[in-house]
Design a protein around this ligand. Structure first.
Ligand code: NAP
Length: 247
């Protein structure tokens, strides 16, 4: 069945690959982005070229009004079936003792509070008892939640650990509402996030140490997200799927 989904942080990386893969299934996609409008518009075009339709939806996931407006913007595409809570950031590698409070607040605001805000809005809009038609939520967590990311970003890793806990709890809360809730935990994936943390070569370097001997691609993570969103996973809820090349 064709679906209408919102993907947060879909202008680049894993979110963009997910949006384009959904487009190839003929789905309609809300492409959320924070500030990179040109990249979001290019992603919208790529979804259309793949066979779907899309709209670009600006908004910072850490700001409640932005999140509500982004979900309201989905009405242009039709009733909502699924949400991919993907937007996330890292910061330069540092031990905890060196981290500023501003850095830690922003990491938790976007990766954790932003995910909770988007999940709350998804729960409000998808739940059958609130007028929704059920559906699926997929969180994009990280293998960092299990490894801890010492001397790099224990703040980010902790935020992702909380996402795993949210996945378990919300799956139980929303099952009776017709909403499945799952997560993927990517390992090192070749996207621009590593450059934004000051290490553009990180995917190649750390990827080579994975049992599969390389970094993953955004498209490989998108495959797992699409499966969890789709009808083939109709009895899967509360699952956390590692997409980490064996890490
Ligand atoms: P990316 O290539 O850096 O892309 C980040 C995306 O998130 C962009 O579309 C960006 O929008 C958007 N974004 C950033 N801050 C936002 C905010 N406050 N509100 C809304 N959108 C925001 O990142 P990625 O590697 O694809 O990562 C996607 C997710 O996968 C993240 O949750 C990340 O933690 C997780 N992950 C990644 C890896 C990896 O190795 N790449 C591994 C494990 C988990 P703009 O274009 O407008 O900036």
């Amino acid at each position: 069945m064709r679906k209408t989904i919102l993907v947060t942080g879909a202008s680049r990386g894993i979110g963009r690959a997910t949006a384009v893969a959904a487009g190839a299934l003929g789905w309609s996609v809300g492409v959320n982005y924070a500030g990179n409008r040109a990249a979001a518009e290019a992603a919208v075009d790529a979804v259309a070229a793949a066979g779907g339709q899309a709209v670009a939806l600006a908004g910072d996931v850490a700001i409640e009004d932005d999140v509500i407006a982004m979900f309201d913007g989905m009405r242009a595409l039709g009733p909502l079936d699924g949400v991919v809570v993907n937007a996330g950031i890292v910061a330069p590698a540092l031990p905890l003792a060196e981290m500023s409070v501003e850095r830690m607040r922003r990491i938790f605001d976007v990766n954790l509070f932003g995910a909770y805000l988007c999940a709350r809005e998804a729960a409000r809009r998808l739940s059958v008892s609130r007028g929704g038609r059920g559906g699926a939520i997929v969180f994009v967590s990280s293998i960092a939640a299990t490894l801890g990311a010492p001397n790099e970003y224990v703040d980010y890793a902790g935020a992702k650990g909380a996402i795993d806990t949210l996945t378990r709890g919300l799956a139980k809360e929303l099952g009776p509402e017709g909403v499945r809730v799952n997560a993927v935990r990517p390992g090192v994936i070749d996207t621009e996030i590593h450059a934004s943390g000051g290490r553009p070569d990180r995917a190649a370097q750390i990827g080579a140490t994975a049992p599969l001997g390389r970094a993953g691609t955004a498209e490989e993570v998108a495959e797992a997200i699409l499966w969890l969103l789709g009808d083939a996973a109709s009895y899967v809820s509360g699952a956390i799927l590692d997409v980490g090349g064996g890490r």
